[in-house]
Design a protein around this ligand. Structure first.
Ligand code: MCN
Length: 777
């Protein structure tokens, strides 16, 4: 390799982002643009008796008003559900705006396009909607009650689907167990909260009859296909452009009704229509995630071997399905055995509709929950058997790879070493001493751990399609050297802050032997970018994009060497490239530059390009991996609890991490820090709260608490690298790693609650109650 893979180079994206030269969705200003706003239902569950838009339509400055009925008439089909994990599940047909009935507070019922947002919002107030309110089904218990009101007239219950994930013979494992332990876990609703909310600028061009959409999306090709499906247009008639994204965290993966509304309004008015979600709206209109109830039991032998696991995951879905469907909850069920070699699993999965916002993706998908569950059960078993939790981990770790988990084949791992790396980091940091000193002054301080493994690099199209995905898991990248020798990488992946442009530039520069600043990475335009089967999500950019760039650049390098060999009258095998200069090995002065090769391939072909070579320098690679790539990590947390107030202060945070070949350790560190901050939020602060009437209470960041710099402790990362054997370059993904293991490690670090905490977030009152319960035993 050429020395750039593994280098801590500064991110190429950052100069623009930090000097205010980025172009976010709200910066897209097309001549004649109208601004739109959506009227959202104030009630959770109701029939729409009537909508009168006449006063709104008559307001000066208003160009168009549409209702659900108008949208339904203007489109060919309902909103798509990308993941149909359970084929016979009920997938309600929902349109971009509610038709006849609303099933969650915040659901769009009408929309206005006006000369500016203020007029559009004024017009919303003039729309008269008559609701006939229906009994609210806001919680899992309400939804499952025998006499529960139903959300969907065409389906007999609020249980939309059931399935199970099974492996081995769980019944026998439990019958023969020395001991069986169980627990019930409750995980609240949470959501990703990128700095930038969602937005769209849609233009219907009547001359070319094409739709041109600027959209905050992580998956431009899926959005393009979804527009085609909903609007009944050939995909080639749709252009999706992605501006700079101010974060995504998974929730910009979904395809929302709002973008369809903007298209319908643009078609009606003949003008570009911009629709920018405001923060209060985003709390109801952007997908939520995480809410689950998980009941689990483990069967174990007296020596600490876990022989079986069984239970049920209830996914508390919303009043409409996000494009992820039940996906995140299925991942929790499928991954609940984590890094452990557990022979038998019988996990039921139930998807339940409630009058809450749609459920979708959030960084980590279902893994933070499955991790919390298996790590809690390990701690519980260790306590019951009087063993150290790490000994239970070591005893049960998967040791031989490839390993067939209940669903995936884990390609590689060195879990014991990763655990030792983490323990060594804790020793080096002197945490034991800090804990002892704290205890001697009476403070409640603890150290907690969790171990995770993580399927990344989604992912073989074969597996994805089998698992019910309407989209495939391949990725296409193009590497081009132009006539001046400059390299351009074209990618269909969206950059949303994770540094993918830098990573792909490093791979291309390293493979081709050119300096990093000779590479430009371009993305964000379906008319120009290659096709990314699944876009940015599931930590797939580095493994798939990296592999495709590496393969394409390797072929391109071979062509460069053939042309150089022709010019230098040397065998390509005798040539080396460094710093953009191709030289004959051992012959000083016989060189040709990449710029001269570019010139020979595009302009002065005559005599300089070998006769059997085609002009131009471009290679395209469509890469579909044969398997997923499993990253793994061990997290350690040092925490102090104020016994009087129940306030938790995190004093230290360490992650030992393996994502195969690391492209840029500095970015990986940053990704882990950011993910860990979200894990801290999920463990201690974040909860979307609905009141007894089913209305959303958390509509600002004073109610929905995010950790700030004060709550996020100093962090350190230790790297190890077990390269993926099947991915060219050996890269595994990790963009979600940081958020997965933090919750379990934080809870394990809190002293004196005696494993009483199985519900998140751990608010001070909850923690004090758990500590009181533990001491009263
Ligand atoms: N990387 C590396 N070497 C590896 C793996 C990764 O250097 N072996 C670096 C690369 O710079 C790469 C980054 O880490 O760009 C993340 O790589 P990868 O795990 O492949 O993840 P993706 O590029 O697919 O990014 C998506 C992932 C997900 S799914 C979410 S959600 C997420 C995330 O990453 N949302 C983010 N990171 C985010 N970071 C920011 N700032 N904002 C978000 O919204």
């Amino acid at each position: 390799m050429g020395g750039l893979i593994g280098a801590r180079v500064s991110r190429l994206e950052d100069v623009r982002l930090l000097t205010g030269r980025a172009q976010f969705i709200d910066d897209v200003r097309l001549p004649g643009t109208l601004e739109a706003a959506i009227l959202r239902s104030p009630v959770p569950h109701a029939r729409i008796r009537s909508i009168d838009v006449s006063a709104a339509a008559a307001l000066p400055g208003v160009s168009a008003v549409v209702t659900g009925a108008d949208v339904k008439a203007a489109v060919r089909g309902p909103q798509p559900v990308t993941w149909r994990t359970i084929p016979d599940m009920f997938y309600p047909r929902t349109y971009a705006l509610a038709v006849d009935k609303v099933t969650y507070p915040g659901q769009g019922v009408a929309a206005v396009a006006a000369k500016d947002r203020a007029v559009a919002e004024d017009a919303l107030e003039l729309i008269d909607v008559q609701y006939e309110e229906l009994p609210v089904v806001s919680t899992l218990e309400q939804a499952l009650a025998e006499d529960a009101p139903r959300l969907f007239d065409e389906w007999p219950s609020n249980v939309l689907g059931r399935t199970a994930v099974r492996k081995g013979d769980a019944a026998t494992a439990f019958a023969e167990a020395d001991l069986v332990l169980g627990a019930e876990f409750r995980f609240p609703r949470q959501m990703g909260t990128p700095l930038e909310t969602r937005g769209v600028v849609a233009t219907w061009d009547p001359f070319t009859e094409r739709l041109d959409v600027w959209l905050t999306t992580q998956a431009p090709n899926i959005a393009q296909a979804s527009f085609g499906e909903v609007l009944g247009l050939p995909v080639g008639k749709i252009r999706v452009r992605t501006p700079d994204l101010g974060g995504g965290f998974g929730n910009k993966f979904d395809f929302y009704g709002d973008e369809v509304v903007a298209c319908v309004l643009s078609r009606r008015t003949g003008k570009p229509v911009k629709l920018i979600e405001d923060r209060a709206e985003s709390f109801v209109a952007t997908v939520h995630s995480r809410e689950q109830k998980v009941d689990v039991e483990i069967a174990a032998r007296a020596d600490g071997t876990i022989t079986g696991m069984r239970g049920t995951v209830h996914g508390v879905l919303g009043g409409a399905l996000g494009t992820a469907g039940l996906g995140p909850c299925w991942v929790t069920a499928a991954s609940v055995t984590g890094p452990y070699d557990i022979a038998a699993l019988d996990m039921n999965l139930v998807g339940v509709a409630t009058n809450r916002s749609p459920y979708g993706s959030f960084r980590g998908y279902g893994l933070p929950k499955s991790n919390f569950v298996h790590e809690h059960m390990v701690e519980l078993l260790a306590k019951r058997l009087g063993m150290a939790a790490h000994d239970v981990r070591r005893k049960n770790f998967i040791k031989r790879f490839p390993y067939q988990s209940p669903v995936f084949v884990f390609d590689s791992g060195r879990y014991d070493e990763c655990l030792e790396l983490c323990l060594a980091a804790v020793r080096d940091a002197g945490w034991d001493r800090i804990r002892q000193q704290a205890r001697s002054r009476g403070a409640a301080v603890g150290i907690g751990y969790s171990f995770q493994n993580e399927v990344t690099g989604l992912g073989p199209s074969r597996i994805q399609n089998l698992a019910g995905s309407a989209h495939s898991g391949f990725d296409e990248e193009v590497v081009r050297i132009d006539s001046t020798g400059h390299v351009t990488v074209h990618t269909g992946l969206s950059a949303m802050g994770q540094g993918i442009h830098t990573a792909l530039a490093q791979v291309a520069a390293d493979t081709l032997g050119v300096p990093l600043d000779h590479v430009t990475v371009l993305s964000g335009d379906t008319d120009a970018s290659p096709y990314s089967g699944y876009g940015t999500g599931a930590s797939r950019g580095a493994p798939l994009g990296g592999a495709a760039v590496r393969t394409a650049a390797t072929r391109l390098k071979a062509k460069v060497l053939r042309i150089a060999g022709h010019i230098l009258e040397a065998s390509p095998d005798d040539l080396v490239i460094a710093d953009g200069v191709i030289a004959v090995r051992g012959v000083p002065g016989r060189t040709v530059t990449m710029a001269e090769i570019g010139d020979a391939a595009y302009r002065r072909l005559n005599g300089r390009l070998p006769e059997d070579e085609t002009p131009t320098l471009e290679e395209r690679e469509v890469y579909d991996p044969v398997n997923v790539a499993t990253a793994f990590a061990c997290t350690a947390v040092l925490a102090e609890v104020d016994r009087e107030t129940g306030v938790v202060t995190l004093l230290g945070y360490l992650i030992a991490h393996d994502c195969g070949t690391v492209i840029n350790p500095m970015i990986v560190d940053g990704q882990l820090h950011g993910g860990a901050a979200q894990a801290i939020g999920g463990a201690l602060y974040e909860e979307l709260v609905y009141d007894a009437d089913g209305r959303m209470r958390t509509r600002t960041f004073t109610d929905y608490l995010l950790p700030s710099a004060t709550e996020v402790p100093p962090m350190a990362v230790r790297h190890m690298a077990t390269p993926s054997e099947h991915i060219p370059g050996g890269f595994k993904g990790m963009g979600e790693s940081g958020v997965i293991g933090g919750g379990a490690a934080i809870v394990a670090a809190l002293p004196e609650h005696d494993l009483e905490i199985t519900s998140l977030p751990i608010t001070p009152p909850r923690l004090l109650a758990a500590m009181r319960k533990a001491t009263s035993r």
